[in-house]
Design a binder for this molecule. Structure first.
Ligand code: ZN
Length: 238
């Protein structure tokens, strides 16, 4: 009976410990804050790159207009038969060809610039979506942390009270021995028996130990000879 009380208590302690472990995990997860900042920096970088590309685009557009104007002028010269010598005609034709090549080149540059802007804009969209998701995750982590913190605080106080209560029900000599053994096994000093074996280490227990456990009805502190934990014989086992 005493061992059962202590074992049930340890089960509750374990649930509290799991919550504390989750709390540590949460603190790790809170590092996504840095990730979010990282993404935001990336977005800023992309935005400034876009503004550079937009300036470049305007320059190219101006150059194209200028080039087309010049082309118009030279074409009208050629078409209007205003050139006197064949040398002049040749020179004008050459200039026209050069302007056409230049315009073509500029238009290619313009296309490249526009594509680069579009690509960066879609990268920003992706990153903004990611940030929103991470922000949402961060909020839910904060919520969980707050709840868990409250639960841990309440349960810790409850368990302390409960332990004092059990300690009163259990003979002092057993309590003293139990607490001493628990120093070596802070995460649970009691191991139940399953199919004649210690559940903690798997060692098969000698028949006389099993008999002794059965007879003691959980009022004696008997340890596993292999791992040293206190053995608990659940009463549903006959
Ligand atoms: Zn054992």
């Amino acid at each position: 009976m005493y061992i059962k009380l202590l074992y049930k208590f340890e089960q509750k302690e374990k649930s509290l410990r799991d919550k504390e472990a989750r709390m540590k995990e949460i603190d790790q997860e809170l590092q996504i804050k840095e990730e979010i900042e990282n993404i935001q920096n990336q977005i800023e970088g992309l935005k400034s790159a876009i503004s550079g590309f937009i300036n470049r685009k305007r320059e190219i557009e101006r150059d194209i207009d200028e080039s087309k104007d010049q082309l118009k002028g030279i074409t009208s010269l050629l078409n209007g038969n205003k050139l006197k010598t064949s040398k002049e005609v040749r020179a004008a034709k050459k200039t026209k060809e050069n302007l056409e090549a230049k315009t073509e080149e500029l238009e290619k540059n313009l296309e490249f610039t526009e594509t680069a802007i579009k690509e960066k804009e879609s990268q920003i969209k992706e990153l903004e979506k990611e940030t929103a998701e991470q922000e949402e995750r961060l909020q839910s982590i904060h919520k969980e942390r707050e709840l868990l913190g409250k639960e841990i605080k309440n349960e810790t106080a409850k368990l302390k009270k409960e332990f004092r209560k059990i300690a009163k029900e259990i003979p002092e000599d057993i309590m003293i021995r139990y607490e001493k053994i628990k120093d070596s096994f802070p995460y649970g000093a009691i191991s139940p028996i399953e199919k004649g074996a210690c559940l903690n280490c798997g060692a098969m227990l000698p028949l006389e130990v099993l008999e002794e456990l059965k007879d003691s009805k959980g009022e004696k502190l008997i340890r596993c000879e292999v791992c040293g934990k206190i053995l608990y014989f659940p009463e549903e086992i006959k």
